[in-house]
Design a protein around this ligand. Structure first.
Ligand SMILES: Cc1ncc(COP(=O)(O)O)c(C=O)c1O
Length: 384
């Protein structure tokens, strides 16, 4: 196998904006200030300063009060995905509702917990609520109530789309009517490029059934393994009852809390512009190389571009050809809730250099052209 020089596989931020010098200064300070806390277990909620910093992050973005005592620090938001799923599950085979294309980590967790996943088709505004309502009615008639709706409503992974406020409100109404909690996974919320910022579900509705997951992986670095759950009692207690690991890393929390003590805006102003120009470059290169045969999203935030490839391509062969030329991406099948081999691929552009993008995307578009069995132009009028 050839060396992968253009790895568009995993969703990471720009390593060039990692604030190494600023963080180095905070390391010994964290040891001095937290010596006592470090010699003890963190407990279920975790480092108070970090929870305050993240409550501040949330309330600044959403314009509502967020109580740090309703925040639970986790080992990345992925631990939030599993903890909340375990807390809401009664039995194997319980139904859950989620986007037809979703984050592979969550799909894998839900698969191993043996949920019956019900995928909802997407459009440019996220899950189609007519389809969601039809599924809720179908399940209701069968005497089944889904355990939760899992929604990546903002800069969705993999499509990049955002659910508009009015649709969020309708989804909340549906969830209320069928008494289903919503788990909103919002780890890309602060990677915003342009346009309106849509509110989080918890900011629109104070129903204690809604659960919110967020992370430091996408705005700072995944290696800290820091994320959090925001949930109100009694839901909060139900989730905490599933936790048996004595809490999250105090050392990492203390450093990150200090780094974001005055909010996240200053650092976001450094990290976001390079991501935005990489997004533009990927779109430009796709248009140059495959404008006549592919369609793709131009996300207003987040780290992913979702590409519709022609139907007359053997998807496995395309993947292997791209790999053999040093280009990696995640194929559509990885994101489909039933692992259907759909004609899409996802490009994660955050951690690549502009040179890698400028050289890499033409390699991909050439592979797409070469893998086709016809030369007909396609002209998709929609991504879905
Ligand atoms: C939607 C979504 N949720 C959760 C995660 C997990 O992130 P982490 O555990 O690093 O916070 C990811 C990572 O790509 C993601 O895209």
């Amino acid at each position: 196998m050839s060396e992968i020089l253009y790895d568009f596989g995993s969703g990471r931020s720009d390593p060039g904006t990692f604030p190494a010098d600023a963080l180095k200064k905070l390391v010994s300070r964290a040891i001095d200030q937290e010596a006592e806390a470090l010699t003890n277990y963190p407990g279920n909620l975790g480092h108070r300063g970090m929870r305050e910093a993240m409550a501040n992050r949330e309330s600044t973005r959403e314009g509502v009060d967020v109580d740090p005592d309703h925040m639970v620090l986790t080992n990345g938001s992925m631990q939030g995905v599993t903890l909340t799923a375990e807390a809401l599950q009664d039995d194997h085979g319980d139904a859950i509702i989620l986007e037809e294309f979703s984050y592979p980590g969550s799909l894998s967790a839900y698969r191993s917990l043996k949920f019956d996943m019900v995928g909802i088709p997407l459009d440019e505004g996220g899950m189609r609520l007519d389809a969601m309502e039809a599924e809720l009615v179908r399940l209701d008639k069968a005497g089944r109530r889904p355990k939760f709706i899992y929604a990546i409503s903002t800069y969705q992974n993999p499509t990049g789309f955002v659910m508009p406020k009015a649709r969020r409100q309708e989804m909340i109404e549906l969830a209320r009517r069928f008494e289903v909690p919503i788990i909103e996974d919002n780890c890309y919320a602060d990677i915003h490029y342009e346009g309106p910022i849509e509110p989080a579900i918890y900011a629109l509705d104070d129903d204690p059934n809604h659960i919110y997951l967020c992370s430091l992986s996408k705005i700072l670095a995944p290696g800290f393994r820091l994320g959090y759950i925001y949930a109100r009692p009694p839901m909060l207690d139900k989730i905490l009852a599933r936790r048996h690991d004595a809490g999250s890393n105090t050392f990492a929390s203390a450093i990150v809390a200090e780094f974001y003590k005055h909010g996240i805006a200053e650092h976001a102003a450094v990290t976001t512009p390079p991501l935005k120009s990489k997004r533009d470059l990927v779109c430009e290169k796709l248009a140059e190389g495959a404008g006549d045969i592919c369609a793709w999203s131009k996300p207003v935030g987040g780290l992913f571009i979702w590409v519709r490839i022609p139907d007359d391509i053997n998807r496995k062969d395309l993947y292997e050809l791209a790999q053999s030329r040093g280009f990696n991406y995640l194929p559509g099948i990885s994101f489909h809730y039933k692992s259907a081999n759909v004609p899409y691929l996802r490009l994660a552009f955050g951690h690549l250099t502009e040179d890698q993008i400028a050289e890499g995307i033409p390699i991909l578009t050439r592979c797409i052209h070469e893998s086709r069995t016809s030369n007909e132009p396609i002209g998709f009028d929609s991504l879905f």
